[in-house]
Design a binder for this molecule. Structure first.
Ligand SMILES: NC(=O)c1ccc[n+]([C@@H]2O[C@H](COP(=O)([O-])OP(=O)(O)OC[C@H]3O[C@@H](n4cnc5c(N)ncnc54)[C@H](OP(=O)(O)O)[C@@H]3O)[C@@H](O)[C@H]2O)c1
Length: 259
């Protein structure tokens, strides 16, 4: 494995969630020092015993500055599932990424963002573009990143351990939560995952042993685009709401250009 030796302190966003808890433990297994961003410390102490906690709310930008300071890497697995507000995805799934990026204030951690296998599927009823928009913010930010779009959590049999990484947003399928968590952490630590966006499912077969090779086989996102390399061109930035375009401009590096 080609390992980034500089990464030690990792801020885990969404750490109390069903994937986040497993991602925290995966980070520990790989010798990292995870710090969990949490809203409710007492609840988090029960869910994540022994893990360092830092308070913050993704909807409260001021609360995030302390949390992001010093992080060499960030893993984002947050989500608005269960939040009854009709605009929860805009505020949490998308707004959380925007607020973390703004809070970084020039710092350049390695970032892994988990979104969803349907992130670009505007043809499927009930989907929204907010996770895709959150991905665009990360790509526009110029930070070193990997974006993982997992399939349906735990909709895989115990013998389905072979990971299938796809691009273009047309894949479908399930995967064990633990394998998602492991992939998120591996992507942080493996140079060949840099700048890549992929869907992730599992099929019949063995777990991977060559993670660098798995990521190497993928195409890298184009540096002058806010989309994943093979994403459909059905959400033009020019037609996006003004506030979304303003967010893209706000997270770009100072010398960056508009796409
Ligand atoms: N279900 C699937 O098959 C599937 C497939 C692909 C992708 N996904 C996506 O995966 C995402 C995460 O899934 P999950 O099961 O891990 O979710 P989850 O168990 O609901 O966890 C969500 C996490 O986000 C945190 N969070 C929410 N709002 C926050 C805020 N304002 N500030 C700080 N933290 C906040 C929660 O913190 P608290 O503990 O404080 O609430 C929790 O840690 C979801 O968004 C979902 O869309 C799901």
């Amino acid at each position: 494995m080609s390992r980034n030796q500089n990464i030690t302190d990792v801020l885990m966003v969404g750490a109390t969630g069903s994937i986040g808890q497993l991602a925290v433990r995966a980070a520990e297994r790989h010798g990292l020092r995870p710090q969990a961003l949490v809203r409710d410390t007492r609840r988090a102490e029960l869910l994540l015993p022994g893990v360092e906690l830092v308070e913050g709310d993704l909807e409260d930008p001021a609360s995030l500055r302390n949390a992001v300071s010093g992080a060499k890497a960030i893993v984002l697995t947050h989500g608005s599932g269960g939040d009854p507000r009709p605009d929860a995805r805009a505020h949490v799934d998308y707004g959380g990424v925007r607020n973390i990026l703004k809070a970084l204030d020039g710092a350049q951690p390695r970032v892994t963002l988990m979104t969803s296998i349907y992130a670009t599927r505007s043809d499927i009823p009930g989907t929204t573009p907010w996770k895709r928009r959150s991905e665009r913010l990360l790509r526009a930010s110029g930070l070193p990143y990997t974006i993982v779009r997992p399939g349906w959590f735990d909709h895989a049999s115990p013998t389905q351990r072979r990971l299938v990484l796809q691009q273009g947003g047309t894949g479908d399928g399930g995967i064990a939560r633990g394998q998602i968590a492991e992939t998120l952490v591996r992507s942080l630590l493996t140079g060949t995952a840099l700048g890549k966006t992929f869907e992730l499912i599992a099929t019949e077969g063995e777990e991977p042993s060559d993670w660098a090779g798995l990521f190497r086989a993928l195409k890298t996102d184009e540096s002058d685009s806010v989309d994943g390399v093979l994403d459909p061109a059905d959400l033009p930035v020019e037609a996006e709401p003004q506030a979304v375009r303003a967010d893209l401009d706000a997270v770009r590096p100072l010398n960056g250009s508009s796409v």
